[in-house]
Design a binder for this molecule. Structure first.
Ligand SMILES: Cc1cc2nc3c(=O)[nH]c(=O)nc-3n(C[C@H](O)[C@H](O)[C@H](O)COP(=O)(O)OP(=O)(O)OC[C@H]3O[C@@H](n4cnc5c(N)ncnc54)[C@H](O)[C@@H]3O)c2cc1C
Length: 379
């Protein structure tokens, strides 16, 4: 196992200071290792996740070579040549497990932002006290965007949040964590080969969730109550002015509709599975409140904006992969983790085999299936 940094590197180096998992402790598990502390319904800090992974690596004596960056992988006869910062390997099989979130996506509009406005991504952001003075424009309203918008607003700054397509969820539904429902109802176990539009499912934004001791919901209504200004999707930046879509109302109506459909499916499952007595009564949530007229432009020079945070998603880094297995959009061509080249495999990507694939609790089943294939191929 080759690791460029330390074990659990992304949790040590690439997360902001206040981040907690959005998955509850009882659901944070690795093969043979469950959370065994006093707060199963709580949410781990990044430091606690790093410790959890470290403990696992020690328990299974994972043969990790830390400080060993893979610089290139290329075909070499019936095997692969792997060049690292610390020597070369020849290997008949390679598992790409470098993570799904190595690079923060920044839209093309970023190049038109005036130089005086700082631009950050979630991989570089640490906390509101390290931002330059002034208001903050957060672009993207999925898990990362809503969490950062709330934290920065609470620090006393004006925050504008540009909202595109998003997944709205309550933190708790019928007295259970919403991820309890995802886990037990089977939604999270929907398989890659059962889903009609797999490409779309793989690009679905992360849900608007945050893990806090209060188990609070962090949807757009909660952000409005905090004083965050909601605007539509960022279309472009022209002459120093950020231009937003006028379609916020539609985007929010669609997110409300999808949330209600999912909650109705949970209700249906609870009835059919005899779980009614385990959970509270069905609940309804008010629709997202969108102002009658949202701002369509924000002058990045005149409106005292100090920083833009691009919370517009992440992607894996394959710049070191010299094997022709990427599609026209730079995505890995694979079937449930079996890559389109003999001996090459992948783990940890969104919807790799199931909806839960990119979460810590999703790795066990995926790894078993992928390694099963790999072992058979080697035999
Ligand atoms: C902001 C954020 C919040 C998240 N919150 C949750 C959550 O609440 N719950 C949850 O279950 N999941 C969450 N995730 C997803 C989480 O990242 C995964 O569940 C888990 O970390 C994936 O593990 P991984 O080993 O596949 O990838 P990573 O944790 O990214 O690990 C990949 C490793 O590969 C190393 N690496 C990369 N390239 C190279 C190279 N060229 N050479 C050598 N080593 C390399 C990296 O240093 C890193 O240590 C979150 C992700 C992000 C970005």
């Amino acid at each position: 196992m080759l690791e460029r940094g330390e074990v659990a590197n992304s949790w040590r180096r690439e997360r902001w200071d206040s981040l907690r998992l959005l998955t509850p402790n009882w659901l944070t598990r690795l093969p043979g290792q469950h959370y065994d502390g006093p707060d199963p319904d709580g949410y781990m800090t990044s430091g606690e996740v790093a410790e959890f992974i470290d403990r696992f690596a020690r328990a299974v004596r994972a043969p990790v070579r830390t400080g060993t960056e893979v610089l290139s992988i290329r075909p070499d006869g019936a095997a692969y040549h792997v060049l690292t910062g610390r020597g070369e390997f020849r290997s008949r099989a390679v598992v790409l497990a470098g993570g799904a979130c190595n690079i923060a996506t920044v839209p093309a509009a970023g190049t038109d932002v005036p130089g005086a406005v700082a631009q950050l991504t979630p991989l570089g952001y640490r906390g509101p006290d390290r931002l330059p003075d002034g208001g903050v424009l957060v672009v993207g309203a999925s898990a990362t965007g809503v969490q950062l918008a709330a934290e920065i607003r609470r620090s006393g700054r004006p925050v504008t949040l540009a909202v595109g397509e998003h997944v709205r969820l309550p933190r708790v539904y019928r007295k259970r964590d919403v991820l309890w429902w995802m886990h037990h109802s089977g939604v999270w176990d929907q398989r890659h080969d059962e889903i009609d539009d797999l490409d779309r499912a793989r690009r679905l934004p992360s849900p608007q969730l945050v893990g806090t001791p209060e188990r609070a919901t962090l949807d757009l209504n909660a952000l409005t109550a905090l004083g965050v200004e909601l605007v539509g999707r960022l279309a472009k930046v022209r002459d120093g002015v950020a231009l937003f879509s006028g379609g916020l109302r539609n985007v929010c109506a669609l997110a409300d509709l999808k949330m209600n459909r999912l909650l109705a499916a949970f209700d249906e499952w609870a009835r059919a599975d005899g779980r009614e007595s385990d959970v509270g009564p069905p609940e309804q949530f008010p629709p997202t409140v969108v102002p009658a007229r949202t701002r369509l432009r924000l002058d990045l020079r005149g409106d005292r904006i100090g920083a833009i945070i691009w919370a517009t998603g992440f992607r894996p880094d394959y710049r070191w992969l010299d094997v022709p297995v990427l599609d026209g959009k730079g995505r890995l061509r694979h079937e449930g983790g079996v890559v389109d080249a003999p001996g090459l495999y992948a783990l940890g990507l969104p919807m790799l085999r199931r909806r839960r694939s990119s979460f810590i609790n999703g790795i066990e089943d995926d790894a078993r299936a992928v390694i099963g294939h790999l072992a058979a191929a080697l035999r």
